[in-house]
Ligand binder design. Structure first.
Ligand code: HSE
Length: 404
């Protein structure tokens, strides 16, 4: 029997208890023995809940109980999750977490503590919710040199962009509706400004490189500036708009970015709709592989946490290998990246000839329904050159990077 504790009985934490209960038999078979939740730590009580008797308010009770070998950290946020995780690992108790903020900020240190104390720090649920992506990167792709990861890593923004495209609606309207339906937080900043996706691509980049990529170093743009008009142009260009988290390795080093991109209809990520997530990985022997599924939500995320608990049960007293050193790596300056851009301008202000003079061989798109403006696609240009040219152009309404 493996005894576990759950820290935080919110959406994911209660999902962990539910998955462990409902799939008890199959989990016992796969783990090689039963897994039982002994404690649930929360500030609140849950009268009437089937697990009400397991609720405690003092972490020390869990820490000092020698029967507890696995802790599910589903609290989110930095503190007290960080202190609790550290204490647990130092006591030789494995920690399984869905907390991407903590993993992105302190992952390598917590992994080291796990190694030093013959236990595990596992974080499958921190990226892509229920989608297996951490374990494939750690176990399945070990024969590969991975050189590119492109992901739709945030369900909220993918839901908003999908609705904007389908309904021709503007950002604010769809955000409000998403908030009403519970698909977006009351304070949606972490999602819509790209911070959540940034932490997730920092984790994946660190696993790709085996060294620490700081999320603060990743250039991040959200989707608040995307308009319904942008989608009209995207349709004309046989493209769609997605918030991509991109990490690419070449001879100059690794470059990473989170930003909205106009994606061609032939890109496999083009068909990822609603709250779904997908991670597209390129590696040197396998080539392309893609991991797709529910990137958020109670049971999908809880399922990923429980898969880590099963891994801990299978590897008691041993550390599952995860190559992510504390050594830091710097990213290539994103401004040196060469790419094409879509630009939307007020036609009466920035004439086509002037745009051509600035950017060279542009292709122009005009929409019947928007005679007062036009859009154009630039030839490949370095980000910093693009910014310099665009700063000299008047009448610019917006710009979006292109990805084929
Ligand atoms: N807010 C996140 C999302 C939840 O929308 O993807 C999962 O990390």
């Amino acid at each position: 029997m493996v005894y576990a504790a759950i820290l935080g009985y919110g959406t994911v934490g209660s999902g962990v208890a539910q998955v462990l209960e409902e799939n008890k038999k199959v989990i016992a078979k796969k783990a090689g023995g039963e897994i039982s939740v002994k404690y649930i730590l929360d500030l609140r009580d849950f009268p009437g809940d089937p697990n009400q008797d397991k609720v405690v308010h003092d972490f020390q009770i869990i820490l000092e109980d020698p029967e507890i070998s696995v802790i599910c950290e589903t609290m989110g946020g930095r503190e007290p999750a960080y202190s609790f995780s550290k204490s647990a690992l130092l006591a030789g108790k494995s920690v399984c977490t869905s907390n991407k903020e903590l993993v992105a900020a302190h992952g390598p240190e917590l992994l080291r503590l796990a190694r030093e104390n013959n236990c595990n720090y596992l974080f499958e649920a921190s990226v892509g919710g229920g989608i297996p992506i951490i374990r494939p990167m750690n176990y399945s792709l070990t024969a590969e040199e991975i050189d590119g990861i492109t992901g739709i890593l945030n369900g909220t923004t993918n839901y908003i962009l999908t609705k904007m495209k389908r309904e021709g609606a503007d950002f604010e309207t769809v955000l409000k509706e998403a908030q009403e339906k519970g698909y977006a937080e009351k304070n949606p900043e972490a999602d819509v400004e790209g911070h959540d996706a940034c932490r997730k691509i920092a984790i994946l980049s660190s696993l790709m490189l085996g060294k620490t990529v700081h999320y603060e170093d990743i250039y991040t743009e959200g989707i608040t500036g995307i308009t319904r008009e942008d989608f009209l142009y995207a349709r004309e260009l046989e493209r769609t708009i997605k918030l991509l988290a991109v990490s690419k390795l070449n001879e100059d080093g690794c470059s990473a970015m989170v930003a909205p991109f106009m994606l061609s209809n032939t890109n496999p990520l083009h068909g990822i709709h609603d709250v779904y997530n997908a991670v597209f990985v390129h590696s040197n022997m396998l080539g392309d592989s893609m991991y797709y599924g529910r990137g958020a939500g109670k049971l999908p995320t809880a399922s990923a946490v429980v898969s880590d608990v099963v891994d801990c049960a299978r590897h008691q007293g041993k550390t599952v290998m995860c190559i992510w050193d504390e050594e830091e790596t710097s990213l290539v300056d994103y401004r040196t990246t060469v790419r094409r851009f879509f630009v939307r301008v007020k036609g009466s202000v920035l004439e086509e000839a002037k745009a051509q003079e600035l950017f060279g061989d542009i292709s122009v798109i005009r929409l019947k329904e928007r005679p007062e403006e036009y859009g154009f696609v630039t030839p490949p240009v370095r980000e910093q050159d693009f910014e310099e040219k665009i700063s000299r152009a008047e009448g610019v309404l917006g710009r979006i990077r292109l990805e084929d």
